[in-house]
Design a protein around this ligand. Structure first.
Ligand SMILES: [Zn+2]
Length: 207
C-alpha cells in the first residue's frame, strides 16, 4: 500500500459519487419494503404512515420478535407461551389475531364497522382483507383500519410485556379510532372524512 495515498469511502449508489440522504432513504425503503419479488405490491397502502407498512411487511414475513420466532433464532427463553394469556405458544398469528386479548379488540373493531364475524385466522389473510368496499378508496380505507389495528395490538403487547401496562378492549377501540382517523383523514385525498361519521357511521366511507 502506498502510504502517501489515504483510504477513502466512496458513495456510488444512485449513479453519482455525491452522497445524498434522499437517495439513501429511497434505497433503504426500496430494500425494506420490496425485498424480493414475492413482496406483493398490495402491501403498500398510502393511507397509513410508512412505519405501519414496515410493520405489516415484517409481520407478514414472520419477522416480529414473538417468543416462538426468538426461540427459532437460538435465543434461550424460559418459555415460548404467550406472555399475555399463557394459553398457547406465542406465534405471530397468535399475538396479532388469535390471542384472546387481540381477538376482543378485533371484535370491537368489527362491531364499530358493522361487520359480523372476523374472517381471518392468519396474518396473510388479515393484511389482504378487503371487507365489503365497493371502491378502491373504500378498500384502502378498510385495509388501513385493519393494518392500524394490528400495529396498535402489537404496540400494546409490547407495552404490556416490557412496562406491564394494561390495555382493555374498550381502551383499545378508543385508541384505534383516534389513531386510524388521524392517519387516514390526513392522507386521503379523494374523500373528506369527518370525525363524527368516522365514529358512528364509518361504513359510508366504503362506497
Ligand atoms: Zn395470548
Amino acid at each position: 500500500m502506498n502510504p502517501q495515498v489515504r483510504d477513502l469511502w466512496k458513495w456510488k449508489a444512485g449513479g453519482s459519487e455525491k452522497f445524498s440522504t434522499k437517495v439513501l432513504t429511497t434505497l433503504i425503503n426500496s430494500r425494506l419494503l420490496t425485498p424480493s419479488s414475492d413482496c406483493s405490491e398490495t402491501l403498500c397502502n398510502k393511507l397509513v404512515p410508512k412505519k405501519i407498512e414496515v410493520f405489516v411487511w415484517r409481520a407478514n414475513k414472520k419477522r416480529l420478535p414473538v417468543l416462538l420466532e426468538l426461540d427459532k433464532r437460538g435465543i434461550d427463553l424460559h418459555s415460548v407461551r404467550c406472555p399475555l394469556c399463557d394459553d398457547d405458544i406465542e406465534t405471530v398469528n397468535h399475538s396479532l389475531i388469535l390471542c384472546k386479548h387481540a381477538f376482543d379488540v378485533w371484535c370491537k373493531v368489527f362491531d364499530w364497522w358493522g361487520r359480523g364475524g372476523i374472517p381471518f385466522v392468519n396474518v396473510e389473510d388479515m393484511f389482504m382483507e378487503s371487507g365489503q368496499a365497493n371502491t378502491s378508496v373504500g378498500k384502502s380505507i378498510w385495509q388501513a383500519v385493519i393494518w392500524s389495528t394490528s400495529y396498535l395490538i402489537w404496540k400494546n403487547r409490547n407495552q404490556k410485556v416490557f412496562s406491564n401496562k394494561s390495555w382493555t378492549a374498550p381502551m383499545a377501540l378508543n385508541e384505534i379510532q383516534i389513531k386510524s382517523y388521524e392517519w387516514v383523514a390526513k392522507r386521503c385525498k379523494t374523500k373528506s372524512l369527518d370525525w363524527h361519521s368516522w365514529l358512528h357511521n364509518p361504513q359510508g366511507f366504503l362506497s
